[in-house]
Design a protein around this ligand. Structure first.
Ligand code: HPA
Length: 276
């Protein structure tokens, strides 16, 4: 806990009066939401005590304090993945820090492969539930009772009210949305055809290499979560192509304006609490 307190103290010192209401994690190729921010401060991860440092090229690794739709947010541009060699505690570290800085809700985006045959490349899928196929998770080991209970409930990992609001926004803003189950795998290699078939059979609509560890850490602390996948490649028979990072980034870029509008609209419609 001492490390967490030191990181929080550093960020509070840098942030001054700034109190974030919402946390946002931007996934692969989805950094452009930052262009819609009124930025107060940008803090490279390597300046933050005890913060892991991002290694994937498509993740730029900055914590941004700013305003989105008139609301105070803290944005992670670039996240940490288990496949990079971080421990799950490191992967979840920034989420715990954001909660300790006062965020009330967490919004997460990622790039994912589509397993549901109804989906298409560049679709947005609101995550309604998940399956954790990562080899471990951030809650393994001694429980940090200051953060949450030993056996946290996982019956509603994604906040039903936020999912409902996304449906309303989808109609009003004419943003087509899919709703489905995300399965998190360790990576970094993509899946074989047999693995894609297996993942579809066990009930997943999309597959990716992130998000679930962060959501588990967030739910441990009781933080309501919303997550959205951008379908960057299709993983059903007949539609499977060799996956190239550039194609993934291109598909993500195409969906980015819709993803940004969705998250912005959700945040805009959050009820204000008395101290804001
Ligand atoms: N599999 C796993 N992770 C991914 C994929 C995929 O097909 N596409 C984007 N992230």
């Amino acid at each position: 806990m001492q490390q967490y307190f030191e990181t929080v103290a550093y960020l509070q010192n840098r942030a001054g009066e700034f109190m974030p209401e919402f946390g946002i994690i931007l996934g692969t190729g989805l950094g452009a939401l930052v262009n819609d921010l009124v930025i107060y401060d940008t803090i490279p991860y390597d300046e933050i005590p005890f913060f892991p440092v991002s290694t994937v090229e498509s993740h730029s690794g900055k914590l941004i304090l700013g305003e989105l739709a008139g609301r105070k947010v803290i944005v992670m541009q670039g996240r940490f993945h288990y496949y990079e060699g971080y421990t799950m505690e490191q992967v979840a570290y920034p989420v715990r820090i954001m909660k300790m800085l006062g965020i009330q809700k967490l919004f997460v985006s990622n790039a994912a492969g589509g397993l549901n045959p109804e989906y298409n490349t560049s679709d947005l899928m609101v995550i309604t539930d998940h399956i954790n196929l990562q080899p471990t998770n951030p809650l393994i080991g001694k429980n940090l009772d200051e953060l949450g209970p030993r056996f946290p409930d996982m019956s509603e990992p994604y906040d039903e009210e936020l999912i409902h609001l996304a449906k309303i926004i989808s109609k009003e803003e004419e943003i087509a949305l899919q709703f489905g189950v995300y399965v998190s795998v360790p990576g970094p290699m993509l899946e074989t055809k047999a693995e894609y078939r297996y993942l579809g059979l066990i009930g997943a609509d999309a597959v990716g290499m992130s998000t679930v560890p962060e959501i588990i850490a967030a739910r441990h602390m009781g933080l309501p979560c919303f997550a959205v996948s951008v379908i960057t490649d299709m993983c059903v028979p007949g539609k499977i192509k060799k996956v190239i990072l550039l194609d993934i980034l291109e598909a993500a870029a195409k969906a980015e304006p819709r993803m940004t509008l969705l998250i912005k609209s959700l945040i805009e419609r959050q009820p204000k609490t008395s101290n804001q």
